[in-house]
Every structure is written in structure tokens, then in C-alpha cells.
Design a protein around this ligand. Structure first.
Ligand code: B12
Length: 319
């Protein structure tokens, strides 16, 4: 059941009077249901939407019932020290603090795409180098991955329910690819972008992904290739996927260093993106074009339009 807050609780969370909060509900700035006794109740996801949209300062975050969100992570994020703090907390294996920092970034109005592209990606790039220097590096990397996966699930749980008639998106990592974090990130970004997302996780055969996309009537299919393996087999795999997705009329979005290092031929209806923010930009453009509006595909900052695919080409170079 969705957690509900009373106007008094939410007012205390953001440090305003209960009467102001009730007035905002009555003015329609905040949606509230009524109990049988006529009392206003605000769903947690609606409270979070309001906090993010109106940049509220959280005075008593503990009343939101998100136990990892204590004032420590919030003050790190508001002081601009959140990115470095996340790296430290992940490396130290401090799960509560790491999850709290990720939630705090999201509550501070940052999109989940930007949190993935910024602090999470930076931290994992550094943590991913530790195995070279110490035996414990691999354990630290696995632990950090699990903490981020848990944090992303927590953020998902605070997002509003998917609207009726929302477009479907489906995706996975490829066969032989154990990297499950990028595909979960993509799913979460698409949920935030208003899609009904289905993440099929890692180690996914391409034929099965195409079949599932057909069954789901997917508008968008994402595919993550985290490793630069043999370039020729990566190209063959992606061509097979693109050939399967094209007849469905869905847009295919590819990401990951295996894609960036493969020399892909032009694939109609396929976008190569270099970040989660670029995925969000493509997702918005696909929605707009499906809604019948003239979708002008704009390159996001740091990306350029690929003239072959009309997709975004990453400009950042990965190790
Ligand atoms: C965590 C991790 C693992 C974990 C994965 C656990 C899990 N459940 O996911 C484990 C330990 C299992 C693992 C295993 C291996 N790994 Co590993 N792993 C990593 C690590 C540290 C983080 C990967 C990650 O999720 N990053 C977070 C992602 C999301 O951030 P990002 O890569 O910066 O991606 C950004 C953009 O590129 C873009 N993006 C990326 N992917 C996608 C996908 C989509 C759809 C979209 C839209 C965008 C997008 O958005 C992201 C956010 O900005 C990386 C190092 C690194 N620097 O990333 C190595 C790394 C990916 N692994 C690597 C290797 C070699 C392996 C192993 C072969 C090691 C081994 N010898 O066993 C195995 C392979 C196992 C297999 N069969 O898949 C190499 C790949 C090298 C290469 N150039 O191909 C890396 C780069 C490490 C390195 N520096 O050598 N690994």
C-alpha cells in the first residue's frame, strides 16, 4: 500500500505551518485524498513530487519514513559535497549513507539520469580500479554495485505510479553480460520519463528480448553492452537485435562501452547514447513524436546528432 502522510507530517518535514500546507492542498498545488472521516492524506510519491518541484528544504526528513534519508546526506548534498561523499561511502561499504546520498540527490530536484551520469558513474569508475591495487578491491566493487542497485530500487519506490496508457519500454543487457547496473539505470530513467518499464536484467538472449518487446508492444527498447568484447560479434549481435526490433516499429536505444567501441553501420530507428541523460532526451523525443507532435530531436549537452541514425552520439570517451 502507498504510504500516506498527514498535512501535519508533511508540514513538519518541510518546516511550514499545517495551515499553509492545507491551503496548498485546497488550491490544488498538492494532491490529497480524503479519509472516510474527511481528513486529507498525501501519498508519499506526491509529497516527493511537491518537494522536488518546489525545491523544499527538508527540516525533518525522518518523518518521510525513508530511513536512509537522514540530515547527514542532505547537508552533504546541499553543500555540494554529495558526489565525493557518495564515493567515500560506497568505497567504505556504508550502505545506509550511500543510499541516503542517492535519495538526497533525487529529492534535491536532480533527475535520476543526472545522478547516474554524475556521482554514481564517477564513483564506480574509481571503485572499478581498486582491484588493481588490493585484493579486497573486487569485494568492494561487488558491494558498491549491490548498494547502488538497492538505492535505485528505493528511488523507484518513491516515483509516481505509471499513468494509464503510458508507452511501454523494455530492455536488458546482452548474453554473456553480467553487468546489471546499467540496464537497471536505463529502466529507472525510463520510469522517470513516464514509460511503463520492464527490465529483463543481464545475460539476456537477443531473440528473447525481441519476443518480449513484441509481447509488451514496446515503443522503446534499450540494450546495454558494458564490455568491449570482440567487436565483430558485438556488431553482429546488435544488427540482429536491430533487425528484430525494426518490424515492431519501436525505437532501439543502445549504450555501454561495448557499443561505443564497435564500429556500427547505420541502423534505422536506432540511437546510440553516451549517457542516461541522453537516453532521457531520446525517450522524450519518442514520446513527443508518438503523441503526434513534431518531435525535433535536439542533441543534449555533450552529444551530437548522428546523421545516419538521427541518434545521439556520445562525445565522452570511455576508458
Ligand atoms: C561493477 C562491474 C562489474 C561487476 C558487475 C556487477 C553487476 N551486477 O552489475 C562484476 C564484478 C560482475 C563485473 C564483471 C566483469 N567485468 Co566489470 N565492471 C564493473 C564496473 C566497476 C562498473 C560497471 C558499471 O555498472 N558502471 C556503471 C555504469 C552505468 O557507468 P558507466 O559505465 O560509466 O556508463 C555510463 C555511460 O557509458 C552510459 N551507459 C553505459 N551503459 C549504458 C547502457 C544504456 C542502455 C544506456 C542508455 C547508457 C549506458 O550511462 C552510464 C552512466 O553515465 C566497470 C568499471 C567502470 N569503470 O565502469 C567494470 C568493467 C565494465 N568490467 C570489465 C570487465 C573486463 C569485467 C570482467 C570480464 C572481469 C573478469 N575478468 O571477470 C567481468 C565480465 C563478466 C561478464 N560476463 O559480464 C571492464 C570492461 C572493459 C572493456 N573495455 O570492455 C570494465 C570497464 C573494468 C575495466 N576498467 O577493465 N564487473
Amino acid at each position: 500500500m502507498t504510504r500516506q502522510l498527514s498535512p501535519k507530517d508533511l508540514a513538519t518535514v518541510i518546516g511550514v505551518s499545517e495551515s499553509s500546507l492545507k491551503r496548498w492542498v485546497d488550491e490544488g498545488r498538492l494532491t490529497a485524498a480524503r479519509t472516510a472521516g474527511g481528513h486529507r492524506r498525501i501519498a508519499l510519491h506526491e509529497a516527493i513530487r511537491f518537494i522536488r518541484d518546489t525545491n523544499q528544504v527538508l527540516v525533518h526528513p525522518e518523518l518521510l519514513g525513508l530511513s536512509d534519508l537522514t540530515s547527514g546526506p542532505l547537508s552533504d548534498v546541499t553543500s555540494g559535497a554529495g558526489d565525493a561523499a557518495l564515493h567515500r561511502a560506497l568505497e567504505a561499504g556504508n550502505a545506509e549513507q550511500s543510499r541516503g546520498l542517492i535519495l538526497a540527490q533525487y529529492l534535491a530536484s536532480r533527475s535520476i539520469a543526472s545522478v547516474c551520469d554524475g556521482p554514481i558513474s564517477h564513483a564506480m569508475n574509481r571503485i572499478g580500479e581498486l582491484w588493481r591495487h588490493s585484493d579486497s578491491g573486487i569485494a568492494i566493487e561487488h558491494r558498491a554495485t549491490q548498494i547502488i542497485i538497492d538505492a535505485l530500487h528505493q528511488v523507484r519506490a518513491t516515483m509516481p505510479p505509471v499513468a494509464d496508457g503510458a508507452p511501454a519500454a523494455i530492455g536488458s543487457a546482452g548474453p554473456n553480460d553480467l553487468h546489471s547496473m546499467p540496464t537497471l539505470m536505463a529502466a529507472t530513467v525510463l520510469l522517470e520519463s513516464g514509460y511503463r518499464d520492464t527490465n529483463l536484467g543481464s545475460y539476456m538472449p537477443v531473440d528473447s528480448l525481441v519476443g518480449a518487446a513484441r509481447d509488451a508492444r514496446a515503443t522503446l527498447v534499450w540494450f546495454s553492452v558494458a564490455m568491449a568484447e570482440d567487436a565483430a560479434s558485438t556488431v553482429a549481435l546488435i544488427k540482429k537485435l536491430a533487425d528484430g526490433v525494426a518490424p515492431l516499429g519501436a525505437t532501439l536505444v543502445l549504450g555501454g562501452r561495448g557499443v561505443y567501441s564497435a564500429n556500427l553501420p547505420p541502423l534505422p530507428g536506432t540511437h546510440v547514447v553516451g549517457s542516461m541523460s541522453e537516453l532521457a532526451a531520446v525517450a522524450r523525443a519518442v514520446r513527443a513524436s508518438r503523441a503526434g507532435r513534431a518531435a525535433v530531436v535536439q542533441p543534449p549537452p555533450g552529444g551530437t546528432i548522428d546523421s545516419h541514425t538521427n541518434g545521439f552520439k556520445a562525445t565522452k570517451v570511455k576508458r
